[in-house]
Ligand binder design. Sequence first.
Ligand code: NAD
Length: 498
Amino acid sequence: MAQAILSGFQGKPINVHKGLFINNQFVSATNNHTLDTTNPANAQRLTDVSAAQKEDVNWAVEASEAAFREWRPTPPQTRVRLLSKLADLIERDAVDLASLESIDAGILYGESLQFNVPQAVDTLRYFAGWADKGAGQSLHIPDGLAYTQHEPLGICAAIVPWNAPLMITIWKLAPAIATGNVLIIKTPELTPLYGQKLAALILEAGFPPGVINILCGEGKVAGQAISEHPKIRKVAFTGSTLVGRQILRAAAETNLKRVTLELGGKGPSIVFPDADLENALFWTALGITANNGQICAAGSRIYVHDSIYERFLEEFKVRMSKTAHGDPLLATTNKGPVASVGQHQKILGYVKKAKEAGSRLLCGGEDLDGNFVSNTAFADVNEDDVIMKEEIFGPIAAIAKFKTESEVITKANNSEYGLSAAIFTDNISRAHRVASAIETGQVTVNCWGNLHSNTPFGGMKQSGFGRDLGKEALDGWTNSKTVSIHLLPVANGECAKL
Ligand code: NAD
């Protein structure tokens, strides 16, 4: 199967296989279906990769089924070793992986190298640590004893988005494999290259054939075939709420496979008057500009106390305007393109709507060349305005003021999303009070986006359910079985006979 040679950081050549990765081999898709992938910074075609069809999903399931028979009884120490080895290989090839995320998804090379890739490595090491500690409970019952054991679900699948593809893939892969499952990964059609490289590292790490299969393919073809497959026992999904619903519906109508959903967000960042203003400005600006706002946990609604509102706006505007857009592989660039033409149009559509709604344009709002969007902020945005309600997935902040704590809690919770929130205050009681009152899966205090492999990450309300990361993620990949043992009483005189 052919390979492509791509040009990474400082022109470094990077080889990737073009085929689907099934049973530890790179193979063509049925009828040689392929899809093209393009560099969003310059619209140039990078290469094509195989695009999985329904038949290929079936093939991957057959390979997974055969692999699971051998994999399930494999000693947990083997899983520790293989996950740790994969972490080492990703660390070794960090430059290649960061380059591929950069040319394929428009992610800043430095951001991927310093955050996305190390996060993937940490996550593998963290879950490798759990692989041999999957203990259940021992319980007393009246006539004997009972214990629980946590068993793998079997054939599982991960369907992932394009915005931080390596990291999010590993968030699923690491706990799935640590708990003894076999996994089919459907990589995003917009950014498949990282997955092709990851497949080569999985092969090099020594995972047995069929334990991890990687298929690039279109959502409505390969993704749907996975969601409907009767032998797949779980789909772990990160992506849009719309597609999350479709996967849940497909699971309900087929084999009731387990589904966990990490969906969109519309995170509030709340700045109280006692906050360290410099710190709050730094994090609130980062919260909406990191990865061009293409982050589900972006702090896209910013509520600032009335008494510091105008000062905050002045300084926020200055921070938002310090950008150098261009090739995301270059160290001099601090703003890459958004991931696609479609994404560019969608974001600019929201800017137009905000202008039409009469929100005060604080900065940005311009249509830059190509797929670039300037950092944009609107002030005095009403609660019902579309940019305050809908996830834009771009660097567009909606800012409004508040007067009281209860008012801002009501506003923060005035959303169908519930993924993340940030609070800025020096008052410790207020920090805990507000954190407790906010309806989101995670709250950060005096910072934004604080992700660690040992802290659970996920949503509530229409941001989904289930957790990636942390010990809680393990529950999503196992069944609990209770074994009860009736202990027979000692027969008369039996002891004496011994
Ligand atoms: P998307 O929902 O369009 O696609 C995500 C994945 O689902 C892709 O691999 C795609 O091929 C697949 N897919 C599409 N249609 C499908 C179908 N009918 N059946 C099965 N699979 C299908 O999302 P996207 O545009 O790739 O990513 C952006 C969205 O993801 C945003 O809404 C964002 O908030 C969300 N997101 C959430 C998190 C989180 O952790 N909560 C993280 C990143 C992105």
